[in-house]
Design a protein around this ligand. Sequence first.
Ligand code: FES
Length: 625
Amino acid sequence: MNLTLTSGKKIKVKQGVSILESLKRHGIFLTSSCGGKGTCGKCKIIVRSGDVESRSHIKLSRKEVHEGYALACMTSPVGDILIDIPKESTLTVEGKIVTSKSKDLLALFHSTGADIDPLSERIVLKLPAPSLDDNISDLERLKKELFANGLGCLRVPFRFMSNLARTVREKNWEITLSAIHSEDCYEIINIFPGDRKIPQYGIAVDIGTTTIVVYLIDLSDGHLIDVASIYNSQIRFGDDVITRIVNATENKEMGDLHRAVISDINELITILISNHKLDIDSIDSIVVSGNTTMIHFFLGLDPSAIREEPYIPTANTFPLSHAGELGIKVNRNVPVYSFPCVASYVGGDIVSGVLAVGMNKKEELSIFIDIGTNGEIVLGNSEWLVAAACSAGPCFEGSGMKHGMRATDGAIEGVKINPGTFEVEVKVIGDDTKPTGICGSGMIDAIAEMFLTGILNQKGKLQKNISDRVREGEDGLEFVVFFGESRDIVLAEPDIENIIRAKAAIYAGFSILLKEAGFTFDDVHKVYIAGGFGKFLDIEKSIILGLLPELPKDKFEYMGNTSIAGAYLCTLSRKLRGEAEEISRKMTYLELSVSRSFMDEYVSGLFIPHTNIEAFPGVKELTKK
Ligand code: FES
């Protein structure tokens, strides 16, 4: 059977195989947040001709069904078909590779007081030339010289033996060893003729569920050379970690998920290397941060037990691996350090974040929160750390939201509503870009403004007849944030409920951690916020929504992507890698899903800002105006 796209592309398909799956097998990817369960409604196609079999269209309106729309994951052809893929269903994972630089990181590194001590070091040796009187073998000569320089023993993997004789002679017995140092012994990862002390670069990677970021770092001085990032192409297997684990295990796509993340990292490294015209052999180490599931996929470990009670990962600490074992296209012997995790839902990205904000070094009580595809919270100080994950879901990253999207070009990231006319002013990411959706910070802004202007009540219900922007939509009442030419961007009541549930879970997480540790919000000295909100998160609006506690504004610090910042620090320093390991050992994990008081706190948070308005005196004042 043939499936033809209106663009002219033709692919062979099998009866009984969904259109989503058939397209995927031919490298055509649709947005599929739910991973093909028929519940997200994002994989819409239009059947132009031919017969199909459909299981369910619960996410389509009557009008759409009439126009030939179908969910690709729920539909399979029964003969030759012609289909169209609407723009909004097309997954642009390859997207655009963003490169940028940051100046502050080196200052952050220096503030730790650590010395530059990467995973591997370069040692330049000038060997004495052999003679009839000094006729020991090349390998013995090398080992002897290292020992004579007080550097200790040397292990030479067999693969370096065949070229050793040529390499040592090429530059008149001067050589550079690139080597990993452990237990007083060096293990060679590369040998160069002559003095190749510099350049030497390190790669730091943050594997986010949504975005992968790679830093290229000069290991001689800690300077950040460049940054590249891309959407995690595992998104084609689902937006959240659970859907991806299901795909990996039940649909036997583990290999595909592993290869997807490796290929993204390779693509980013290749771009950085070619932009800066570097020799691939100048890359000497790789440090990877990410949540527990992402690290499992990266290392090719079975993640299946992570999603089932009692939620056990294969490992929380990982032995050093090598680039070649994982398929990373640099010198195959380059060491790869994966961040230690704490539990299934508090991963290396959180350990890395705590290290980057330095709360493990401060005597005062701080809170660290990472709002990404989940909400992970850490409370503590230099003595102790306690962490929890509060299943906020990925709505702040746009998933499960009708017009939600990530904080990228075209996303509405700021919303202002005129309280008199209800006119809406939007701030869009990207120069002169037309809005195509709304990202987390835009949603927080919009809901807080809708609440302050009376468009939304405390229970998160839209008020009819207050403005013509509130109208009846396919999913009940909706608020039009932006009137578009081809489609309007709306926040529908189910979207608003979604956000309220997420913020209630996060606020409940704060409350329970404090309660369990015997503190209150007033004892908190700093709240560090990390997450994928781009450059913009309005603290005041987040308090109005009830996502953050009402504390003086100067107690909040928005830190951006702390996972990559921690990976950067560990690329440079052995001491800081040790600190990361200490953080992971020290952090106590609190399982909230079994906590009765978490449920009580969560239910109290299902209001704007909270059932207990006395905890938000400033917001109470604002609503009186
Ligand atoms: Fe088809 Fe979600 S509805 S992938």
